[in-house]
Design a protein around this ligand. Structure first.
Ligand code: FDA
Length: 302
């Protein structure tokens, strides 16, 4: 009740109020803020993946600018010596405007990353993008086998089939590399699991398939139950550390994050930054009103 009322009010929240919530989850406005936060995380034993905020653009000029910004970011990250890579959202490069031009933009970024022996993760957006993002991944994986990975969402009923559909690209030299998350967008029950237990069951099944088949799996969750289940599966399938990492969002469950680092497992933190933070934060809140609980907490736990 309180959540749904708050959700209706989100579009009217003043920037300052949204910032109170967002500052825990966003590393800052410019590249230097992101690099400083990343150095800090490296010092705590975590790798990073940087996300320059922005998505769902309306002109291809914006797509070009975003591409250049990402290329500059790749150069800056490489020059900084920070242990990290980049995550990209294809809609920022025009996925919903001109699919082929978007592919060329993302390809340019992956090519730059490959030149630095680095890695680009293609984030997964809402269900209108899923097939196109898988296709972009498929084409890039063929050309840059060890330098590109994809996100998969456990709540989507299609995900097991999407994984098996990509197995032809899986080799011991360049294993498939997936980040498995629950999924953040609000999707209809026809295509997505809606209940916590169903989503967790699907998460575990997908993860087990990845471990069994020696796919590189990034376990992206703050759910302590899933983290424990992942450790059980790692033990059961004797998954080498080279084929697994845990991932968490900047500012979320830092204590759980540290316990995983202390157990000696690779951890990567997703670090969003950029001047588009306001749009990003309000969109996330509208998509997932449950996040409003976190605003309320943020308001009272500063
Ligand atoms: P769940 O939502 O059940 O949360 C478990 C517990 O974690 C909560 O009880 C709470 O304690 C804590 N928690 C979770 N979120 C919190 C928050 N924001 N603030 C404070 N506490 C919080 N999604 C997507 O659709 N496409 C993508 O590409 C990505 N990429 C991505 C990268 C990384 C590294 C992560 C960790 C997550 C994503 N996601 C994503 C988001 C993902 O789909 C999911 O929405 C969130 O991770 C929340 O789900 P959990 O698995 O943490 O479980």
């Amino acid at each position: 009740m309180l959540n749904s009322l708050m959700a209706k009010l989100i579009p009217f929240f003043p920037e300052k109020l949204v910032w109170i919530f967002s500052k825990r989850y966003i590393a800052g406005i410019d590249v230097n803020d992101a690099l400083a936060a990343s150095r800090d995380l490296n010092n705590q034993g975590a790798m990073v993946t940087l996300d320059l905020l922005g998505e769902f653009i309306s002109t291809m000029d914006e797509a070009k600018k975003n591409t250049q910004d990402y290329l500059d970011l790749m150069d800056a990250l490489h020059g900084s010596g920070i242990n990290g890579n980049l995550s990209v959202k294809p809609t920022m490069f025009g996925l919903l405007l001109d699919k082929e031009a978007c592919f060329s933009h993302v390809r340019e970024i992956v090519q730059r990353a490959a030149g630095y022996n680095s890695f680009i993760r293609i984030d997964m957006e809402d269900a209108s993008c899923t097939s196109m993002e898988i296709e972009i991944f498929r084409r890039l994986k063929v050309e840059f086998p060890g330098h590109v990975g994809l996100v998969l969402q456990a709540y989507l009923k299609r995900t097991p089939e999407d994984i098996t559909g990509l197995m032809d690209l899986h080799t011991p030299e360049a294993p498939l590399n997936f980040r498995l998350c629950k999924g953040i967008y609000v999707e209809p029950a026809t295509i997505a699991f809606k209940q916590y237990d169903q989503i967790n069951r699907a998460y575990v099944e997908n993860l087990e398939f990845m471990f069994k088949n020696k796919i590189h799996a990034a376990v992206a969750t703050h759910d302590a139950l899933l983290v424990e289940k992942a450790f059980e599966l790692i033990e059961q399938y004797k998954v080498p550390k080279a084929l697994v990492e845990f991932q968490m969002l900047f500012g979320v469950t830092p204590k759980l994050r540290q316990t995983i680092i202390d157990r000696g497992f690779p951890m990567r933190v997703y670090v969003p930054f950029g001047k588009e933070w306001f749009g990003y934060s309000t969109r996330r809140l509208k998509e997932n009103p449950a996040m409003v609980q976190h605003i309320i907490k943020a308001l009272f736990m500063r």
